[in-house]
Write a protein that binds this ligand. Structure first.
Ligand SMILES: *Cc1c(COP(=O)(O)O)cnc(C)c1O
Length: 421
């Protein structure tokens, strides 16, 4: 029996309507920005395998470091024990993060990094004896699929089956020149009950690659700072170069209290999540009273193998060639955007750093379930390009090692699609 058929018998895939989905494609190997299926067909991974891959697939340097670590120490309980990699990664990350970040809490993935951040904020106020439990988030936000992370995400088709069970969140519009004043006064009205404000800085990924200006985010952050509202920057997607700077938070001068990371953290090699916080947040949990402890932990907290992948990925990330690649992709995206922006089928096109998103003109509303989505997905797949449109929004966010030839191949296929679909 083929692997696809064996899969169809026993597997339930993520974000997949199993009745109508195309059969899954068995991938046997990856190299650079490309994946290869069992028949040797090559696919350009233009979405970095759900936004996680930054240095290319099966990177030999990461593979070597992971393999060395596996032979030394695969795992150790992280309560009461520590290990070299966990400390080194924390030291090296705090070195390059906004300088108010002082402590690192490890978990398993982006959703758990967000859960930890939310619990830190809620318990911060609880430990300080203040009843502040409201959370402010942006409309169309996406912060993950576990219940807390889902609650602070915009209400959508993804959450519909659970809406009545999700805790209440104050959802506000993305800030711009027109609404910034009213957003600030709205926040002021909520200050006395608000624990924190959580946001994806500059780009809302799963919400449809929606982008907003650093200037207004900065203003909103400054306002929260003034009001004493804790801020969580969810950089699970935007971290590690995606927006053109190391972290999206580097585009603003205000600093968040808490930051969340995953996805690119291990170069896309393994699951690892990480939540950082300020000394002030950390200190609110220091007490002789055991009840003030942050009671949170996962079996695989700070897994040494995942951390060895993160350390290797960080080495590659800090290499000058990665910065050059990010610049190169930014420039190429910009040129391509200028070239096609006036095409009648291009409704909007927008870019932040290495992320390029375009909305296809459909005549109907932009939505995740737009039927155009399936046609586009299949069209590019047949052409050997993995693009996974969010509704009628196509986006390209490749591993930074993608070659100019591969980028050109993706661009020209999009141009061809504009004529043919
Ligand atoms: C993907 C994502 C998450 C969730 O991460 P998982 O590892 O998939 O749980 C959280 N926040 C943002 C901004 C994301 O893009």
């Amino acid at each position: 029996m083929s692997l696809t058929n064996r899969d169809l018998k026993v597997i339930w895939h993520p974000y997949t309507q199993m009745k109508t989905a195309l059969p899954p494609i068995p991938i046997v190997r990856g190299e650079g920005a490309c994946l290869f299926d069992e028949n040797g067909k090559k696919y350009i991974d233009a979405v970095s395998s759900w936004w996680v891959n930054i240095h290319g697939h099966a990177h030999p340097y990461i593979a070597q470091k992971v393999s060395e670590q596996l032979k030394k120490l695969e795992h150790v309980i992280f309560a009461g024990f520590t290990h070299e990699g966990a400390v080194e990664l924390a030291e090296r990350l705090l070195e390059i993060l906004p300088n108010n970040q002082q402590k690192v809490f490890y978990s398993d993935n982006g959703s758990t990094a967000v859960e930890v951040a939310i619990k830190m904020c809620l318990q911060y106020w609880h430990n300080n004896g203040e009843n502040r439990t409201k959370i402010i988030a942006f409309k169309n936000a996406y912060h993950g699929d576990t219940f807390g992370a889902m609650a602070v995400s915009g209400r959508s088709a993804f959450t519909a089956a659970f809406d009545s069970l999700l805790f209440e969140v104050e959802f506000i519009d993305l800030p711009d020149a027109a609404n910034i004043k009213s957003l600030k006064s709205h926040i002021s009205n909520l200050t006395s009950e608000t624990a924190c404000f959580i946001f994806e800085p500059l780009v809302q990924g799963a919400g449809g690659m929606l982008m907003y200006e650093a200037q207004y985010l900065n203003e909103l952050m400054a306002h929260c700072r003034k009001e004493g509202i804790l801020m969580i920057a969810d950089e699970v997607f935007t971290g590690f170069g995606r927006t053109g700077k190391s972290f999206a938070s580097n585009h603003v001068t205000e600093q968040p209290d808490i930051m969340c990371f995953s996805k690119g953290l291990t170069g896309g090699t393994m699951a690892l999540g990480l939540t950082t916080c300020t000394q002030q947040v950390f200190d609110a949990f220091l007490s002789d009273d055991r009840l003030k402890t942050l009671f949170h932990g996962h079996s695989f907290t700070a897994n040494p193998v995942a951390i060895s992948a993160a350390l290797a990925s960080l080495d590659l990330f800090l290499d000058a060639s990665t910065t050059e690649n990010i610049k190169r992709i930014e420039n190429a995206h910009g040129q391509f955007a200028r070239k096609i922006k006036d095409h009648p089928k291009v409704k909007t096109i927008r870019q932040t750093g290495t992320i390029l998103a375009m909305e296809w003109q459909t005549g109907s509303d932009t939505s995740y379930f737009n039927s155009l989505r399936d046609s586009l997905y299949r069209y590019f797949l047949e052409a050997g390009i993995i693009l996974r449109p969010l509704g009628n929004t196509i986006y390209i966010l490749p591993p930074y090692c993608i070659t100019n030839e591969e980028l050109d191949c993706v661009y020209s296929k999009i141009e061809q699609a504009l004529e043919e679909i």
